[in-house]
Design a protein around this ligand. Structure first.
Ligand SMILES: Nc1ncnc2c1ncn2[C@@H]1O[C@H](COP(=O)(O)OP(=O)(O)OP(=O)(O)O)[C@@H](O)[C@H]1O
Length: 744
């Protein structure tokens, strides 16, 4: 029989932040009881009205099983004070809470709600603070109502909070109107979750919103895997399978979506393919801009390139090889060019030479890279200030559109005469679109990178497509220079790239293999390397900071998730003075190494060195937990040693431990020491170019731990996963067109 019970939480025995499952001891005036169930936002000392029924647990006896709940605002002064000081209204600590209640007593809530200006009667509270307290209180009440409504659809408090951040007071209306919007608008709400909510709301399986959302979800899912489109038959099969509907229904809906401009369908290389609109528009625009940049007249570099090169050779003391000279000359004379080569083939040297020549010629130059870490490295090795491509393009978060935009565009382009991009293999289609849009014809665009690295995380196969289309000049560097040849990491990287097996364990060298048979032994050795062996050999090494474990997978004993758990335990174990916060299965602890796992353009940072402030934390940024504040429910992470970013507890799904990361996430970064397990991994991942990418991340040492057979297996596995991308075909078409125009 359903009953109602009201009580104050006296103790929380268990609480899962992700799904809200809670076991808590409640207190009423005359009894204590244990309640179990979904209680997403529970706080010790707060009062709740529970609905549910009594059940007998075989071990723990009688418990109240919660089916729904609502928070009851406290009415006693003691309760009000406890509520105010619990951290729910940011900026009110214990002292201020006590002062407010001492002044307004049981009328406190009424005052905050209806006469917030009266809060200024409390010393230390000014107009602004009074307003912000009232606003926080109002949102808390609003949010409590929203949580109450959403819980009937199985939406827990964390998701409710995310929805509330996006839709504010309109949250309930937004969910009611089209629950599938949640999957499109919110990080972490997948189609399946939205589908469950819709089902509970009684939405039919063949509802149009459902099919369209399923199609978008499928296209987005495959975009997440790197594809800018899907062949129509593949899309219908995948979406139909997921939605459990006939293919015809999907095809019909697709046509309508194409009419409404949600998707673009075209015949590309003799098959019908479907694009989400932004990817189609981006491919088109990239081609259009590339054509304009490539055919424009350039402001010339000083007259005699050979003597300019000779001057820089004298300055740097490095005589360029013929191929390097060719790369420099070609790139400076073309609208767009590509320079590609493996490690140690002189890419940085060429960049330095080009910058000097451009400077000698009085031409303005920008150097940028796709990630902050890559940009920092260029600055360190070249001495020239480099930035991220995002910063070069002056990105900002557009509140109104709820999206990221670039300040530099076709209307307000970059003013430079040359833009040099390093690590160009990491550029995805959308970033390339932003970049070429902001480059006015007349500016040189020089893309430098290693086309054999894994392709970009985001959709597209930009660098490969550009090279393979043969639309622009491309110079391939193959010679490894003497200094670089000293490093077995460099030599082995080239061997691996050519399908040859590496040499290792040479005395005084930097490439090692530790043979272990079982996964358990590999795990033990990896931990021992981090904790004991490597730090005792490389004495300058700080294990947490300088050793990076790279693995192909997330799951399994040697996947990043488990490795992180094990390494956290080994390198940053629980200690009394270290605060920690459990979030789902994860535990975050002060001093932990963590990684941001999505682009968040709104996240604010403060630089404690130069006191600058800004917005934007990016997928792949690695930092350290500086502080966990339980009073304010916040975790502060330091990125780049000086940028402080504060996460609310509800945002912790944007962070992951980063002692171990996947090779995919490591692109563009370099680490003093890299350790990679060599075990059985799925063949789609255990590939040559994944190994190559991983190995080239190490600078002082690379240690492979595991089976030589598996290592050889990876090198022999030269399959590269095909990505659906239309850029190559479009650029080829441009090339054919310009040939036929010339001939005509
Ligand atoms: N023409 C040359 N003659 C002699 N040494 C050279 C020449 N070009 C480059 N080097 C040297 O080879 C090494 C590798 O060059 P560089 O750092 O430019 O390569 P890279 O392709 O940028 O490598 P990585 O991708 O590993 O950063 C450096 O020590 C550099 O000084």
């Amino acid at each position: 029989m359903k009953e109602e019970k009201q009580g104050v939480i006296a103790d929380i025995i268990f609480h899962n932040q992700e799904n809200g499952y809670t076991i808590a001891v409640f207190e009423t005036e005359d009894e204590q009881f244990t309640a179990v169930g979904n209680l997403p936002s529970c706080h010790k000392g707060r009062s709740y009205l529970l609905r549910g029924q009594w059940k007998i647990h075989p071990t723990y006896g009688e418990q109240f099983a919660i089916s729904s709940f609502e928070e009851v605002m406290p009415s006693t002064e003691e309760g009000i004070e406890e509520f105010l000081s619990s951290g729910v209204l940011k900026g009110i600590g214990k002292k201020t809470a006590a002062a407010i209640v001492a002044r307004f007593g049981s009328e406190t809530f009424a005052v905050i709600e209806n006469q917030p200006h009266r809060l200024t009667e409390i010393p230390g509270i000014g107009e602004k603070k009074a307003e912000s307290v009232a606003e926080a209180f109002r949102s808390h009440r609003e949010f409590a109502e929203i949580t109450l409504y959403l819980q009937q659809f199985g939406i827990n408090a964390d998701y409710a909070m995310k929805l509330y951040r996006v839709y504010g007071a309109d949250t309930i209306a937004a969910v009611q109107e089209n629950p599938y919007r949640l999957a499109e608008d919110l990080f972490g709400v997948g189609f399946k979750k939205a589908d469950k909510i819709a089902e509970k709301m009684g939405i039919a399986r063949d509802d149009e919103h459902r099919i369209k959302s399923g199609i978008k979800y499928t296209l987005n899912y495959f975009a997440g895997e790197g594809n800018t489109f899907l062949p129509q038959n593949v899309l219908c099969e995948k979406a139909g399978g997921m939605l459990e509907l006939e293919r015809e229904k999907i095809s019909d809906c697709l046509v309508e979506m194409a009419f409404q401009g949600d998707v673009h369908i075209e015949n590309l290389e003799n098959r019908n393919v479907v694009f989400l609109m932004p990817y189609y528009l981006a491919e088109q625009n990239v081609c259009k801009c590339m054509a304009a940049i490539n055919s424009a007249r350039l402001r010339p570099v000083g007259s005699d390139m050979d003597s300019l090169i000779a001057v820089t050779e004298q300055d740097t003391g490095i005589r360029l090889s013929e191929n390097q000279k060719y790369a420099v000359k070609t790139s400076l004379n073309q609208g767009i060019s590509v320079i590609t080569g493996g490690p140690g083939t002189g890419k940085t040297t060429i960049i330095n030479t080009m910058i000097r020549i451009l400077q000698h010629s009085g031409l303005k130059t920008a150097i940028a890279a796709p990630t902050g870490r890559a940009a920092k490295r260029i600055t360190e090795t070249s001495g020239y200030e480099a930035s991220t491509i995002h910063r070069l393009l002056e990105y900002y978060y557009s509140e109104g559109e709820d999206t990221m935009r670039f300040g530099k565009t076709a209307e307000d382009p970059l003013k430079q005469d040359a833009v040099i991009i390093d690590e160009a293999s990491m550029i995805d289609l959308m970033l390339m679109n932003g970049l070429v849009s902001a480059i006015r014809p007349g500016t040189r665009l020089i893309l430098v990178g290693d086309a054999d690295q894994l392709p970009s995380v985001g959709a597209g196969n930009v660098l490969r497509d550009i090279i393979d289309s043969e639309y622009v000049y491309c110079v391939k560097l193959t010679e490894i220079f003497r200094q670089a040849r000293e490093s077995l990491i460099v030599v082995n990287a080239h061997r691996i790239n050519h399908g040859e097996y590496p040499d290792y364990n040479e005395k005084g060298k930097d490439f090692f293999m530790m043979r272990e048979k079982t996964e358990k032994d590999m795990l033990r050795t990896i931990k021992d390397l981090c904790v004991r062996r490597l730090p005792s050999y490389y004495t300058q090494l700080l294990p947490v900071r300088d050793i990076q474990i790279l693995t192909p997978v997330r799951k399994g004993l040697l996947g990043s998730m488990n490795l992180n758990k094990e390494l956290q335990e080994a390198l940053n174990p629980p200690r009394e003075q270290l605060e920690e916060k459990k979030f789902g299965e994860r535990i975050f602890r002060e001093h932990d190494k963590v990684m941001q796992i999505r682009n968040n353009y709104q996240m604010k940072w403060k630089n404690q060195e130069d006191f600058t402030e800004g917005e934007g934390v990016f997928n792949g940024d690695v930092g350290f937990i500086n502080r966990i504040d339980r009073e304010f429910n916040e975790v502060t992470v330091v990125f780049d040693e000086c940028k402080y970013v504060t996460y609310d507890f509800s945002q912790l799904d944007e962070l992951e431990l980063a002692y171990a990361i996947t090779v995919h996430k490591s692109q563009g970064s370099e680490f003093p020491v890299v350790i990679m397990p060599m075990s059985w991994f799925p063949p789609v991942l255990a590939t040559r170019n994944l190994l190559y990418t991983g190995v080239t991340r190490g600078k002082q040492a690379v240690v492979l731990v595991g089976s030589e057979d598996k290592l050889r297996g990876m090198i022999d596995n030269n399959r590269t996963k095909e990505r659906y991308s239309g850029l190559k075909a479009r650029l080829k078409a441009l090339l054919d067109f310009s040939f036929s125009a010339k001939e005509g």
